[in-house]
Design a protein around this ligand. Structure first.
Ligand SMILES: [Zn+2]
Length: 483
């Protein structure tokens, strides 16, 4: 059964990624992912789940995770499409003008006046509240399928194919929250007062989002220097972006192009896209560097590897490489060498970028803790309280109860992200030990290519072992961020 399964996994990945890329790069008006899912429906049936469970195929867990996930998503795919369409069409009033729900977020995070910003925030929150009934219904359907498959709860279903024990990992995350608490709240309070003119304890998520954009540095990140900077950095690793024919950097301006940067690995390693619509400023650089980490990982993946090692497996492995490139921005040496930052400015920016980094890791610790409770109890009525409490403790911001299903990704993606954040700091430490404080050199490029060649074959734990670590160690990131 494995050959036809592999073939379908390969085709599905290609079709989904191509559709995603074409739509969000503005080259295809509609997004018809559920139509593609429908074509491959037999991969995501209950029968397929049972068949894989009973089989002896190699890497059974990867196929099972893929099929389980598909079976749960299959229950709600029409609802997801409907909700997306509804939200895309919803309008909210901003300064007397009707703007779309999504665009209102852009206006919100860029609005320096607190009262105006807060108004947009509340209007958007109303829409979230009004649509929560639909979200609840979707989760109810997924939870039903969990039971039907014989799992005690959603957590148990996800745990069945996950290489790390959630409960143990959550303990590490809670330790991280504890160890970084004083440092984080001191620095974050300062930033909030200065940027958003609000005290911690009164600050809401929109105040945090505005402050964390670090807009005062935007002019140090010019749009026209983005690609030359990226090219120069890759050259230092011995990679000539211009001669990578399997990599397509799409920066073209199209009317319907989505502003979010993303990587679409249509064929790994032969057809990899990086889509972006640069607008100028820090965010152009951090998102492009992040996506470039994914791009190079997939572009160097060994073609001969079986689909289960190139396509299936944890996304978190690729995130390690994405974070490795993204967090070059918290390296003073990089800022000076590649962006020409003066000494003092480099230090100030790097420190603030580390604060953004710390905020995000703490936020995800809060999310993960909430998700563990929600998905173990499967109590959709009280989730809002747990969400708001956990996120407030982790970030200090007054997160609203109503966001509990909107701010939620399935299958504990939060845990994947957290593992990658901790592992990235360890990999960076290894690179510095091997190649020096400014680790970017051709030898480091060779070292990375050897890891990238293995695609998603190894788990994060195994990648860390190859880099000389015994296990995930939160203290490396703590130290890196100034604890
Ligand atoms: Zn990523």
């Amino acid at each position: 059964m494995i050959e036809p399964l592999r073939e379908k996994v390969e085709k599905l990945n290609e079709e989904m990624n191509r559709e995603y890329y074409l739509h969000f790069s503005g080259q295809k008006e509609t997004l018809e992912l559920s139509k593609i899912m429908e074509k491959y429906r037999d991969l995501f049936s209950k029968e397929m789940v049972e068949k894989i469970k009973e089989s002896n195929i190699p890497e059974k867990e990867r196929f099972l995770a893929f099929s389980l996930r598909g079976y749960l998503e299959d229950a709600v795919k029409e609802d997801v499409d409907k909700l997306q369409t509804e939200l895309a069409g919803r309008k909210v009033k901003v300064n007397g003008e009707e703007v779309s729900f999504y665009y209102a977020r852009v206006l919100m995070v860029n609005e320096p006046e607190r009262e105006k910003r807060r108004k947009i925030y509340l209007r958007r929150l109303e829409v979230v509240e009004e649509t929560n009934g639909k979200r609840k219904e979707m989760w109810r359907k997924e939870y039903e399928r969990v039971k039907e498959l014989g799992y005690k709860n959603y957590t148990e279903l996800c745990q069945a194919t996950y290489p790390v024990k959630y409960k143990d990992f959550l303990e590490k995350c809670e330790k991280f929250l504890e160890n970084t608490e004083t440092l984080f709240f001191d620095r974050f309070e300062n930033l909030l007062r200065r940027e958003s003119r609000v005290r911690l304890g009164e600050a809401e998520p929109h105040d945090g989002a505005f402050a964390l954009k670090l807009r005062e540095f935007d002019e140090l990140f010019p749009r026209e220097k983005l690609i030359p900077t990226v090219e120069k950095f890759l050259l230092s690793l011995g990679i000539d972006l211009k001669s990578q024919h399997n990599v397509h950097i799409d920066l073209e301006v199209r009317e319907r192009k989505h502003p979010r940067a993303f990587c679409a690995p249509v064929k790994i390693p032969d057809e990899i896209y990086l889509n972006h619509l640069p607008a100028g400023g820090m965010e152009d650089y951090d998102t492009t560097l992040h996506e470039l980490g994914h791009v190079e990982h997939f572009a160097w993946t060994e073609r001969e590897l079986a689909p289960e090692y190139r396509i299936l497996g944890l996304d978190g492995v690729s995130e390690v490489y994405a974070f490795l490139f993204q967090y070059l921005l918290e390296d003073e040496g990089f800022l000076k060498e590649f962006l020409g930052f003066p000494d003092g400015v480099a230090k100030r920016f790097a420190d603030l970028y580390k604060l953004v980094h710390l905020y995000l890791v703490r936020r995800y610790c809060g999310k993960f803790r909430y998700e563990m409770e929600l998905h173990t109890e499967m109590d959709l009525e009280n989730g809002g309280k747990i969400y708001a409490r956990s996120l407030r403790e982790a970030t200090g911001l007054l997160y609203p109860e109503a966001g509990y299903l909107d701010d939620l990704d399935g299958f504990f993606y939060s845990a994947d992200y957290l593992l990658s954040w901790f592992a990235e700091a360890q990999l960076r430490e290894t690179l510095r030990e091997k190649f020096g404080r400014k680790w970017w050199c051709e030898e480091a490029g060779e070292f990375l290519k050897e890891l990238w060649e293995m695609g998603r074959k190894y788990t994060i734990g195994e990648v860390l072992e190859l880099a000389g670590w015994k296990e995930v160690d939160i203290s490396v990131l703590e130290k890196e961020l100034g604890c």
